[in-house]
Design a protein around this ligand. Structure first.
Ligand SMILES: Nc1ncnc2c1ncn2[C@@H]1O[C@H](COP(=O)(O)OP(=O)(O)OP(=O)(O)O)[C@@H](O)[C@H]1O
Ligand SMILES: [Mg+2]
Length: 319
């Protein structure tokens, strides 16, 4: 079997705090193939950003990667030197951060931003300026905005610019951490459609992080659900929509307001557990209507429950 574009295996990340470590992710494993959009969804604090930042090696203090592996086309990212990382980032993988709207420097023009990124990879002069124009065309922003400062652009335009910069070196993999959360729904849908069109044209893969499972149902190829630092289910979108099996995933789907049904959305009872002091066994068991005795004591591993369908749930093991 050829190596996938990205293989994350048993990734453990902790944030070291004075009163003990926060185990932000535990044993997170997934793969990402060329050209697919894998959506990661979960409540605030479930570890989504931590997974993306760890995989890109941009986590700083007080975070430590305490275990696992991240391989990009078979190469171990966790062992890359700083020089190797500098080459690898932007050329092979880029990231649109959660705070993308604030990611631009207010005293730099759009052109300055693009030139900075290109210069870090040896593209300068006329070639860089030409590329900057092409990138604005790509994200459908008029080229005269190369001279604009961030405050002169709307939120949606800034987001497109950031997307264009992420594609500056046409990397095969782009991480996007809630890139549209700060935008209104109409602009969000416009940007998502643009993203999917670009993805189809250029063929890059996306790890797309969001709170909004309905956005993923519309745009993702596969969906992964995070709960309390664990990946609890991964399935292709269609299968997830029609046959999610983990009780938490079912809860997420049940909480989506629907216009084609009289059924009222039902929110998941309870609140997410503390990562400092997580409940024993399955971390979801205190909120789970289906919990068995074993769920209180033994942590369910992520296991394959069907073709391309993985879940971590004792109830599914005994069913
Ligand atoms: N610098 C830090 N120091 C200590 N704990 C942190 C730090 N950054 C994140 N955490 C903790 O790690 C856990 C996971 O955080 P993370 O940002 O990955 O979650 P998330 O799923 O991206 O949440 P959100 O949806 O709010 O962005 C949270 O409980 C958070 O409080
Ligand atoms: Mg986050």
């Amino acid at each position: 079997m050829p190596e996938p574009l990205l293989r994350v295996e048993n990734l453990d990340v902790a944030y070291l705090a004075a009163d003990g470590p926060v185990r932000a992710t535990s044993k997170v494993s997934f793969t990402l193939e060329d050209g697919e959009i894998l959506g990661l969804v979960g409540e605030s604090g479930s570890g989504k950003s931590t997974v993306a930042k760890a995989a890109m090696r941009v986590l700083g203090q007080p975070a430590v990667i305490t275990g696992g592996s991240v391989r990009f086309r078979g190469r171990e990212v966790l062992r890359m030197s700083d020089a190797e990382l500098r080459q690898w980032r932007w050329r092979d993988v880029s990231m649109v951060m959660q705070s993308a709207l604030n990611a631009m420097n207010p005293v730099m023009t759009v052109l300055d931003h693009v030139l900075d990124t290109l210069a870090a990879h040896g593209i300068t002069g006329a070639a860089a300026k030409k590329r900057a124009g092409e990138l604005l065309d790509l994200v459908e922003i008029d080229r005269h905005h190369l001279r604009s400062y961030p405050h002169e652009l709307s939120g949606g335009m800034r987001q497109r610019v950031v997307l264009g910069i992420a594609l500056a070196l046409t990397p095969p993999l782009v991480f996007m951490d809630e890139p549209t959360t700060a935008l209104d729904v109409v602009v969000e849908r416009q940007i998502m459609r643009k993203l999917v069109a670009l993805q189809a044209e250029l063929g890059f893969a996306v790890l797309f992080i969001t709170h909004d499972v309905s956005l993923l149902l519309e745009f993702a190829t596969r969906i992964g659900v995070m709960y309390s630092g664990r990946l609890v289910e991964v399935a292709p979108t269609q299968l997830f929509r029609d046959g999610a099996r983990h009780p938490y995933s079912k809860g997420l789907l049940g909480a989506i307001p629907r216009i084609d049904s009289d059924e009222a959305p039902v929110s998941i009872p309870g609140s997410p557990p503390s990562l400092k002091n997580p409940p024993p066994g399955c971390r979801f068991h205190p909120r789970c209507a289906d919990a068995l005795d074993v769920c209180e004591t033994r942590e369910p591993p992520l296991v394959q429950i069907g073709a391309d369908h993985w879940a971590a749930c004792h109830v599914l093991e005994v069913a």
